[in-house]
Write a new protein. Structure first.
Length: 277
């Protein structure tokens, strides 16, 4: 399923100045996320489609991007045959079945799909995890403001607060091997914002092993800008993460999601309710 975008701008006349760089968002949404299934979750439904605070998780993510007016479009890259979002069609995003076996392959497929819709090599693409459903429009705008004039691009990240250990496994179990200096350590988050052409080349060079876009750019000898994010911009990865995400969304009353996609205010997820302290 694909929701069409407006036709691309005509090619500039010879000698004319290039059009300003556009801004696009890309959500890789082809994973299964089986380790994140919470009690009461729907079996065989990827984690990004599980209900959190009464809505599929990905809709909370998409609502944040829908509030960033300067984006030319938001592409959701899904696996072939994935029709889940047909029931939630909205002009604020479009869906392309270009997902691959790995994140890198899905992002590459999404970049090609953006090019087919008029995105150019010098346009910026903000790649964001569908399961980071607590990102805010303000955080997205802060990343754009910080990176729009940068020669490389950058990513949201959160300064490591906890003491960091390395450990080894042996007959006595897992034991601490050393304490690592945390003063220069950051937890990489998304969105991660890079020029389409440069990111495409980096991912093609690194291959399927790239765990995020910044690491692919680093492999090209580049140094992405770090933009402070938030501890709340975490990726829903484990069952308990659903409970925390739900608590935050209910506290916010998730009004942006309801305004964009409808639904009832204040509903809990399908998972059993628990008190969060």
């Amino acid at each position: 399923m694909t929701h069409p975008l407006p036709p691309p701008s005509p090619t500039a006349a010879p000698g004319a100045l290039p059009a300003p760089a556009g801004l696009w968002a890309l959500l890789p949404c082809a994973g299964t996320g089986s380790r994140a299934l919470a009690p009461g979750a729907v079996a065989d439904l990827p984690k990004q489609y599980q209900n959190v605070a009464g809505q599929p998780m990905v809709l909370h993510t998409l609502a944040a991007f829908a509030a960033v007016a300067r984006l030319r479009g938001t592409l959701v890259a899904v696996a072939p045959g994935d029709t889940f979002l047909q029931a939630h069609a909205n002009p604020s995003f479009f869906v392309v079945e270009c997902g691959g076996a790995t994140r890198a392959e899905t992002v590459l497929g999404g970049l090609r799909a953006l090019q087919e819709r008029g995105a150019r090599a010098h346009d910026w693409v903000l790649v964001h995890d569908a399961a980071r459903c607590l990102v805010t429009p303000e955080q997205i705008d802060a990343l754009i403001d910080a990176c729009a004039g940068d020669s490389v691009g950058g990513l949201l990240a959160h300064k490591l607060a906890d003491t960091l250990k390395t450990a080894t496994a042996g007959p006595g179990g897992i034991r601490v091997a050393a304490t690592v200096d945390r003063s220069d350590k950051w937890l990489a988050q998304t969105p991660q914002m890079f020029r389409l052409g440069a990111l495409q080349a980096a991912l093609a060079h690194v291959g399927a092993g790239a765990t995020d876009e910044a690491s692919a750019m680093e492999a090209m000898g580049l140094h992405p800008r770090v933009v402070p994010g938030s501890a709340l911009n975490f990726k829903v990865t484990y069952p308990e993460d659903f409970l925390l995400a739900q608590a935050v969304l209910l506290q916010r009353m998730h009004g942006a999601t309801l305004d964009r996609f409808g639904g009832a205010r204040g509903l809990a997820s399908d998972a059993p309710a628990r008190t969060i302290f």
